[in-house]
Design a protein around this ligand. Structure first.
Ligand SMILES: *Cc1c(COP(=O)(O)O)cnc(C)c1O
Length: 237
């Protein structure tokens, strides 16, 4: 084993143990929780190693870094499911539908329409999640991502009625520096209201390296883990 492979293997084991423990404490089984390893800023060679180590799902947050990495990972990453988890400009949506299997960051009608158009042109069906803003209304409206909770059902309906898109469920990032539990509890309520209208849309994408336990406690079906597997990223990322 190379040093990097051994390091990733150790880190993966420790993250999987955290998921197992959190699931057990919540009375859930670990196979209800899919681990997405967020590989942003790390090289395609890491993606290939992760695939060898049994990772099935990887996440990226920027185009074109994600596209390039998927190309570069080549055969070594065949069969991986690619999740796009970052903020997405409408004019890049079409390009992203050519390689992403799931887009987690859908928070406005124009983005739904752009993704649908791209997916149809690419001849693909792309799963999308509605990103929910759990910060509350008064936070920096420029920097924030996610639809307000009151907008989620309308977006879900637009996605559900779009060719090329499959409504998967909801996604959120816990508010920075605040207790994640109430935020993820709120996300669980929003998920329940979406699933009541769209029974297939049961995905809850929540939980990162710092708060995966809270997310699993509140029903996360997908956790998005970067640093705890790959190591701390350099300042930006
Ligand atoms: C980077 C990122 C993650 C992973 O965060 P870590 O703290 O490295 O685990 C999860 N979700 C999104 C949207 C991200 O951008």
């Amino acid at each position: 084993m190379t040093d990097r492979r051994a390091e990733l293997s150790r880190n993966l084991a420790s993250v999987r143990r955290r998921i197992d423990d959190a699931a057990a404490q919540a009375g859930r089984t670990p196979d209800e929780v899919t681990l997405i390893v967020v590989t942003k800023t790390y090289p395609a060679s890491d993606v290939a190693l992760l695939a060898q180590l049994g990772v099935t799902d990887v996440g990226e947050n920027r185009h074109p870094e994600a596209a390039r990495k998927r190309e570069d990972a080549g055969e070594g990453a065949a069969g991986l499911r690619w999740h796009f988890v970052g903020g997405l400009q409408t004019n890049k949506a079409g390009a992203v539908t050519r390689y992403a299997d799931v887009v987690h960051s859908v928070d406005r009608p124009r983005l739904v329409d752009a993704l649908a158009k791209g997916a149809v042109q690419a001849g693909r069906e792309v799963e999308v999640l509605v990103q929910v803003n759990l910060e509350g209304r008064d936070d920096d409206p420029v920097g924030r991502a996610g639809a307000d909770p009151g907008e989620v059902l309308a977006l879900a309906e637009r996605i559900d009625s779009s060719d090329g898109l499959l409504l998967g469920g909801v996604m959120a990032v816990a508010p920075l520096g605040a207790d994640p539990d109430p935020a993820f509890a709120r996300l669980a309520e929003i998920s329940a209201s979406v699933a009541a209208s769209y029974p297939g849309a049961t995905t809850i994408s929540a939980g990162m390296s710092g708060d995966l336990e809270a997310a699993v406690r509140h029903g996360a079906t997908h956790v998005r883990i970067g640093r705890s597997v790959l190591g701390e990223r350099p300042a930006l990322g």
